[in-house]
Design a protein around this ligand. Structure first.
Ligand code: 4NP
Length: 154
């Protein structure tokens, strides 16, 4: 069992997109039972709120349902609960390390650090570009599965 936590600032755009994209990828590969996948926020701005409608529509356009998801804030105990914790941008990673009291086991990274072009995923809450967020997050999730040994299949 691999436990993966995606983290962004609000937990209503990027990290829930990552959560539900990866859940869909592992379901389609028939390996969902091998994963626990969740997402949360570094801030308390959106606590309890559903996925932001443009992000929800982007997921729905790919046949992915995220109803029921509500934003929650990261807590220190998440560090022990999860094996891999991915921020969307450096700002998230810095905040995650502060919440967790550091990263002694080297579990925290940016989602796109494991790709050929390591970079931040811009916040669509500010850019309005949910297609770019989708493309970046999808690339990161595919690369993650490859690194974990599940590459190749669709
Ligand atoms: P996210 O986007 O971090 O991708 O969920 C944001 C959503 C809401 C806020 C900031 C970022 N906010 O400040 O409310």
């Amino acid at each position: 069992m691999i436990k993966i936590l995606f983290v962004c600032l609000g937990n209503i755009c990027r990290s829930p997109m990552a959560e539900f994209i990866l859940k869909d990828l592992v379901r389609r590969r028939g390996i969902a039972d091998e994963f626990t996948i969740a997402s949360c926020a570094t801030s308390d701005e959106e606590l309890g709120n559903p996925v932001y409608p443009p992000a929800r529509r982007m997921l729905a356009g790919h046949g992915i349902d995220c109803s029921g998801k509500r934003a929650r804030q990261m807590v220190r105990g998440d560090y022990e609960q999860f094996d891999l914790l991915f921020g969307m941008e450096n700002r998230n990673v810095r905040r995650m390390r502060a919440i967790c009291g550091g990263d002694p086991e080297g579990k925290i990274a940016r989602l796109l650090d494991g790709t050929a072009r390591p970079r931040d995923i811009a916040d669509p809450w500010y850019t309005g570009d949910f297609q770019q967020a989708w493309d970046d997050i999808y690339e990161g999730c595919q690369a993650l599965l490859e690194r974990l040994g599940y590459g190749g299949e669709q």
